[in-house]
Write a protein that binds this ligand. Structure first.
Ligand SMILES: Cc1cc2nc3c(=O)[nH]c(=O)nc-3n(C[C@H](O)[C@H](O)[C@H](O)COP(=O)(O)O)c2cc1C
Length: 420
């Protein structure tokens, strides 16, 4: 489909300045500087219902307003391209292929919140993305779209790059502040949140790459147009990622509210080998499993939550019949144990304990009472870390246990997979 973000065909190649301009690129910026006050621009984003695409789905306009209203100066904008979520490459593809759309989004955001300095915080392994953005920045500066006195108005902006370490927590918003300040990528305690006390202690908007890609189209065509895509609770489109277990892996931009079935079957061509779906993870490794027959669930925040899971940043993973859920869950628990930065004792302890208990179950040790340990460890540690990583292993483990308890019991009784 032709989406809000990707014009036909551009998903596979880079769009240069000329092509971007020919389809109305930078007209949103011209319009904003000519006729929209920063407050009006924030109102437009509020009216559009744009929600963050970095995982939490926080309303973007609301976040901007917190920062805009802070008297403390200066204000900063950070484009969060840290992307280290397993299976996600949507931010990389946006940065590589639609660099001008992102730059326009960054300049508009900076104008809205009153920032004179913006940082492009990009996964250090994304050399092509950085190169593409660097080239686009040169072109855009020469055309007067950022720098001193943008398009002749009394608005100026400096933009620079910072490399994001390739660790999972480096993408967390407060960890990005630490890195930009020249420190290790460790999350900060919150509150205060970055929107009010951020980079160098100053009000800072941190937004995901995909979130900021939506800004220029909204400003150019209006909140009402934007709301013609998606649902009332989740307006617009979202980029969903399908992995190698699917016939046609890749990214697909779809209106929120599209069914999982459409994404999996019509876009992805179903599971490889015509296998049946045993379980669905609709939002990356921290989302709860849904049973394989829930392909009817519409992909929007409310519907996925009502079904018992979360949409995260749109990485949809399928587990096929014949796969042991204990092994799947152990892989996820090992991931969180490895990626916990170790700063918060509760997170370090929780993630390691969960992985250790799962390992025991996998090897048939402990007997059925060991299965009660998961919820005890998870509920004891809930919310006790500086960042949300501590809450991430809970949903996949608890849902796996609820939906596929017999897999766990089989492992405990036999020390091997029921599926082998
Ligand atoms: C462990 C962890 C890793 C995260 N990694 C990313 C990331 O790579 N990119 C991202 O945009 N947000 C990431 N987030 C979410 C950010 O903290 C933050 O919510 C987001 O950048 C805000 O942007 P948004 O409102 O546009 O979604 C991560 C959060 C946690 C807890």
């Amino acid at each position: 489909m032709e989406g809000v973000l990707f014009p036909k065909g551009v998903v596979e190649r880079r769009e240069g300045l000329k092509e971007y301009r020919s389809r109305g690129g930078y007209q949103a910026l011209e319009k904003a500087l000519r006729e929209l006050s920063p407050e009006k621009l924030i109102q437009e984003i509020n009216d559009s219902g744009l929600r963050g695409r970095g995982g939490a789905g926080f309303p973007t306009g609301k976040k901007w307003a917190f920062t805009r209203e802070c008297a403390e100066q200066p204000h900063y904008v950070i484009l969060n391209g840290g992307e280290d979520e397993p299976g996600s490459k949507k931010d990389r593809l946006l940065m590589e292929n639609l660099p001008h759309l992102l730059i326009e989004g960054v300049v508009l955001t900076s104008y809205a919140i009153g920032a004179r300095k913006a940082y492009l915080y990009i996964n250090q392994d994304y050399a092509a993305a950085r190169q593409s953005l660097a080239q686009a920045l040169d072109e855009a500066k020469e055309a007067g779209f950022w720098g001193e006195r943008i398009l002749g108005h009394d608005v100026s902006l400096e933009i620079s790059f910072v490399s994001a370490p390739t660790t999972y927590v480096a993408g967390e918003d407060s960890a990005s502040l630490e890195v930009i300040e020249g420190k290790p990528a460790l999350p900060r305690q919150k509150p205060p949140f970055p929107a009010t006390v951020g980079l160098f202690g100053k009000p800072t908007v941190v937004n995901n790459v995909e979130t900021l890609a939506n800004v220029a189209p909204i400003v150019a065509r209006g909140a009402k147009w934007y709301r013609s895509f998606g649902t009332a609770d989740s307006p617009g489109t979202m980029i969903f990622s399908l992995g190698e277990e699917i016939n046609k892996p890749g990214i697909y931009e779809l209106p929120f509210g599209t069914s999982l079935e459409f994404l999996i079957e019509n876009c992805g061509g179903g599971l490889k080998g015509e296998k049946k779906i045993k379980a669905i993870m609709p939002g990356g490794p921290s989302s709860a499993f849904l049973p394989g027959d829930r392909i009817d669930v519409p992909l929007d925040h409310n519907s996925v939550r009502e079904a018992g899971s979360s949409i995260g940043c749109g990485v949809v993973r399928l587990v096929s019949e014949g796969t042991c859920i204990v092994e799947e869950t152990l892989r996820i628990a090992d991931f969180f144990a490895a990626e916990s930065c170790g700063q918060c004792p509760a997170c370090r302890m929780e993630t390691n304990m969960l992985a250790m208990i799962l390992k025991k179950v996998q090897q048939g040790e402990g007997g059925p009472p060991i299965l009660d340990q998961f919820s005890k460890v998870i509920s004891f540690n809930k919310g006790k870390g500086f960042c949300n990583l501590i809450n991430m292993p809970g949903p996949p483990i608890e849902s796996a246990l609820r939906l596929f308890r017999s897999d766990f019991e089989y492992h405990l009784a036999n020390g091997k997979c029921p599926e082998t």
